[in-house]
Design a protein around this ligand. Sequence first.
Ligand SMILES: [Mg+2]
Length: 272
Amino acid sequence: MKSLNELSDGQLREKIAKVRCFLLDMDGTFYLGDELFEGSLDFLKAVQASGRSFAFLTNNSSRGTEHYIKKLAAMGVFIGEEQMLSSGQAAAMFLLREYEGKRVFLLGNESLRAEMERFGIEIDQKDPEIVLIGFDTSLDYPKMCAVCDFVRAGLPYIATHPDFNCPTETGFIPDIGAIIAFIEASAGRRPDLVVGKPHGEIVRAATERTGLRAEEMAMVGDRLYTDIKTGLDHGLLSIMVLTGEGTIEEIEKTGIEPEVLVQRLADLIPYL
Ligand SMILES: [Mg+2]
């Protein structure tokens, strides 16, 4: 029995049978740093052989999706653009749907700006109608003053994702959640909407991208409060792997319980 949360083989097979597309978290789930986990490639092959599809889903809006496509290619994993969805792209899809034609102030890296422009979103840092913030690693004080001014003025305020820290090879660096906290301390507001995991907008983007309903997808990841919560809150099958951040002790402590718990991605192969 490969499931660690006491599902029988039959129960696990039944749950996996409903999945048409696997949404995969990247770091801690598919690879760690620059190293693929053993069996990750075999998992993708088995998914495809079973007639299903997969897509990678990342909250990190500090890099463009082409960065991840290249990174995967360097590890021997070749995917198309449609198989890579970021919180930045999901934010662009949201803006096009809800605020079409509006001018957007962007707090973000060049790659996020380029992504917005590819979607036809007009960036206006002087006279915007909406504020969008991403994980901006080129942040400086003048930018922080500008974003706080526009948030204080009451413009609709959107954030690509909620993460407080971003894991690196040497520890953590402050992620967008720390920027959100800075803005709140100055302007007294939190975002009106957060797009990335565990929030619903990124799931909506995935359903638009795949043409599938949430119930036909699985969210596979290593973090309880982003990946697993995404599945639990929005009707996707939640599958947790123990190759990354989350632990069994954390499940017990938080009460966030994945529907399927396996050691690693490859453990799912017999059930596809
Ligand atoms: Mg992860």
